[in-house]
Design a protein around this ligand. Structure first.
Ligand SMILES: *Cc1c(COP(=O)(O)O)cnc(C)c1O
Length: 339
């Protein structure tokens, strides 16, 4: 095994041994290839470079106490990538090929999967791009699917903690009938200015309201929102939110714990009524929210009154992490063990 300072790794790119690739040509996907090259030779008229035919996924592999490597809900990432492909007219990769590629790249880079005790994990980044040359605006006829991995440190280095967020009204991430519900790079390009503004103002991340009425909570930059009150888990319903697999998993765990789940519009003012709230996604699982400021409207919704993560967020966080690391039984069949 590699000897890295596992607990102090950040969230950055670190070279590993191999990536895996599958090419789509002549109307079909080819065989899975192993590659040690970090670059992609590509035609300058590739559609990913001009017309944004690009999508990605993000998931993690965890080393358990038993030394086994577990991947969390890989079939869900395969399905979401297929949905994205239908959204921006790219060739869909079948679930079995997606899973085979993920397991292979993790196995090949096994020495980079951090030890159990470190709280670190192996981040897996699948990427699908249009590589066929096209000058007119049309979908490509050739595609490349690549998966690389990189070890990442524990998200909460100083322990599970709350963060301040800010609503940005000046920029929209996605339109109501746009591509917000697909995991495409274009949404991220559209979010860079808002993200920078949030950071410049000293916040952990930006929050978006629905772009049509600017009334309802949509999501954070790269994480879904949920609020807790009256033993209920409430998460926004919107056509421009990316369906988070972490959020879907937390909804299931909440139900298992006897907490009611509601998926509905959340008006901004309702923020003042939540007992707890969190931003959820693969990176942090849950980032508990200290407060959400609406600076342009001179409002501040303080959620964690004592500045600490609440009991429901903490319970959900511990439960999901325990399943991911294999400390608790996988009753919902969410885990794939890499053999
Ligand atoms: C990836 C992503 C999320 C989180 O999804 P998970 O599947 O939980 O990692 C949330 N919002 C956006 C915009 C994303 O791109």
């Amino acid at each position: 095994m590699e000897t890295l300072d596992w607990s102090n790794l950040g969230f950055g790119y670190r070279k590993t041994d191999y990536n895996v690739r599958i090419y789509y040509r002549n109307g079909k996907w080819g065989e899975l290839e192993t590659c040690s090259e970090e670059t992609i030779p590509m035609h300058m008229a590739a559609t990913c470079l001009h017309y944004g035919q690009e999508c990605f996924e993000g998931l993690k592999a965890f080393r358990g106490k038993d030394g086994k490597i577990r991947i969390f809900r890989v079939d869900e990432n395969a399905k979401r990538m297929q949905s994205t492909c239908r959204g921006i007219l790219m060739a869909e990769l079948p679930t079995e090929k997606f899973q085979e590629a993920i397991c292979k790249v993790v196995k090949l880079n096994e020495r980079f999967v951090p030890p159990y005790e470190s709280g670190a994990s192996l981040y897996i980044r699948p990427l699908l791009i249009g590589t066929g040359a096209q000058v007119g605006v049309h979908p490509a006829n050739e595609y490349l699917f690549i998966v690389f991995v990189t070890p990442v440190g524990p998200y909460f280095k100083g322990g599970f903690a709350t963060n301040p967020y800010v609503i940005i009204r000046e920029y929209d991430r996605a339109a109501p009938l746009g591509t917000g519900c697909f995991k495409v790079g274009g949404n991220y390009a559209a979010s860079l200015r808002a993200n920078q503004k949030a950071h410049d103002l000293g916040y952990s991340c930006e929050f978006y309201l629905d772009s049509k009425e600017k009334k309802y909570i949509d999501e954070a930059g790269a994480a879904n929102f949920f609020g807790i009150k009256n033993n209920t888990y409430i998460t926004p319903k919107s056509t421009s939110i990316l369906p988070s697999i972490t959020n879907k998993s937390l909804m299931q765990l909440a139900k298992d714990m006897g907490i009611a789940v509601e998926c509905r519009q959340i008006p901004e003012e309702e923020l003042s009524t939540f007992e707890e709230a969190g931003a959820c996604g693969t990176a942090a699982v849950i980032s508990p929210i200290e407060r959400i400021d609406d600076v342009e409207n001179n409002k501040s919704y303080v959620i964690a009154k004592d500045g600490k993560p609440g009991p429901v967020c903490t319970k959900l966080y511990n439960k999901l992490r325990a399943i991911q690391y294999g400390d608790e039984p996988d009753v919902h069949n969410w885990i794939t063990i890499v053999e």
